[in-house]
Design a binder for this molecule. Structure first.
Ligand code: C2G
Length: 433
């Protein structure tokens, strides 16, 4: 018996998918179809898959052509499958030409011509609502927002607004953005979601204007250094039935959800101590201390909770502002310490110490794709990882798409009251140093 295998996501099942499965079957007597699992697709940057795995498997099943259907869960599984199922021929579309030649040592490799003029991407574009993202900027830098938005179907960065003509021209040239505006009314006409990417002194004002205009907003935290004003912005978002999201990417990355689960499900016992440190020397960033502190407070609030009992800030200041801060938040059952180095360097790491184990994220913990779990029973250190390219903003956009589809305006990555707590702590620090 000659066995054939082929793989695919088979999202929005279409004629091109049917054709390749049918032609693959003709290469042998028994056809195995591998359907990609969600984690595998996320890991290879395919975030726009619309259909659930159950639907995708069902669609392959309904062709009546597959003798067996398997799920592709990890990179390299193709080799194991070919060996395990004693496969003779591997078939794939010629958009992958040359990419699977290394499988020739295990079986025959056949690239078949793709069916023209049909694709899942095209069907998603035709069938689902699209949202235009507009950026409000005060420097010609996009922090990878444009590239990240391209990974999530349904979003497109189409406009930019800046008060500064030079910045606007430079930005439009650099990123090849369709529309550039210095007039907010014109900018809003083209925009469903606004990323307010400007310095803290203007952030709250722009956020408020956009929300009142009925636009969904994403902005760097803190939105303001006044806890009252920050909380009011969430109220305005609620009144206008629009979403307001903190641009904190780490909480949307699955590795963080996994870490949160482990910490809260008691896998390291009772949490007694949280340590995290962050520093940056970029003097060109205004309010760098506030940006860094907000970022460091995010995992504190997510893991230790909002109900701290006291805050003890210790800071080193110069005429340039706060150069270093060590902030201790005391909780009923434990404490959290964060070290912020603004000019003064601190080693970046994040550590959650529990009575039965420790979770550690090394180096750039806010964009880490792995963490370690060390339990006190003496077993080995376990590493949990998840690969992703880019800076993780696409995961925030993915959550935004879910929110828009379900008409939910509050993010479940960082809840509004968690965001408000972060600013309450920041405000306290500024008032007490
Ligand atoms: N295909 C095709 N014609 C189209 C569209 C897709 O022949 N118009 C083929 C692809 O070449 C692929 C299969 O249909 O062989 C499935 O395509 P996708 O669902 O896009 O999956 P893909 O990302 O190509 O998965 O392990 C996963 C595989 O490596 C590839």
């Amino acid at each position: 018996m000659k066995k054939v295998i082929t793989y695919g996501t088979f999202d929005m099942f279409h004629q091109g998918h049917y054709n390749i499965i049918k032609r693959a079957k003709e290469y042998g007597d028994y056809l195995i179809v591998g359907v990609t699992g969600d984690s595998y697709d996320v890991g290879r940057g395919k975030l726009s898959v619309h259909d659930s795995i159950a639907t995708r498997i069902n669609n392959v099943k309904n062709t009546g052509l597959a003798d067996a259907i398997i799920v592709e869960e990890y990179l390299g599984q193709k080799i194991s499958d070919i060996i395990k199922y004693d496969v003779d021929v591997f078939v794939i579309g010629d958009d992958w030409k040359g990419k699977f030649d290394h499988l020739k040592q295990y079986c025959e490799v056949v690239y078949l011509e793709r069916t023209k003029n049909i694709s899942s991407t095209q069907l998603r574009e035709e069938n689902f609502k699209h949202y235009n993202i507009g950026l409000i900027v005060d420097e010609p830098k996009d922090n990878q927002i444009i590239a990240e938005a391209q990974k999530v179907s349904g979003f497109k960065v189409s406009s930019v607004f800046s008060e500064d003509r030079k910045v606007l021209d430079e930005f439009q040239d650099k990123y090849d953005i369709e529309n550039a505006y210095r007039n907010l009314d014109a900018f809003w006409k083209d925009t469903d979601i606004v990323f307010v990417k400007c310095h803290l002194d203007k952030r709250a004002d722009y956020i408020e204007k956009c929300l009142k205009e009925g636009k969904h907003v994403i902005a760097d935290p803190p939105f303001s250094l006044s806890a009252k004003e920050h909380a009011r912005l969430f109220e305005i978002a609620k009144e206008n039935h629009v979403a307001l999201l903190d641009n904190v990417k780490m909480v949307y990355v699955r590795i963080f959800t996994q870490l949160l689960w482990m910490a809260h499900a008691g896998m390291i016992g009772d949490i007694i101590r949280f340590n995290c440190s962050i520093s940056k020397r970029d003097r060109s960033i205004v309010n760098l201390f506030d940006d860094l502190t907000a970022l460091a407070l995010c995992p504190v609030i997510k893991i230790m909770g909002k109900d701290y009992q006291s805050i003890e800030p210790k800071v080193v200041q110069s005429e340039d502002g706060i150069e270093y801060a060590s902030i201790l938040l005391k909780y009923e059952t434990g404490e959290a310490s964060i070290n912020i180095g603004n000019k003064i360097r601190v080693k970046e790491q994040l550590e959650i110490i529990g009575t039965e184990g420790t979770i550690r994220l090394k180096d750039n913990w806010w964009k880490s794709n792995y963490f370690e779990l060390e339990t006190i029973d003496g077993s080995d250190i376990k590493t949990y990882s998840m690969n992703f390219d880019g800076n993780g903003f696409c995961f925030l956009l993915s959550e935004m798409m879910t929110m828009l589809t379900n008409e939910r305006t509050e993010s479940m990555g960082l809840f509004p009251d968690e965001s408000n707590t972060i600013v309450k702590v920041l405000e306290y620090i500024h008032q007490n140093v």
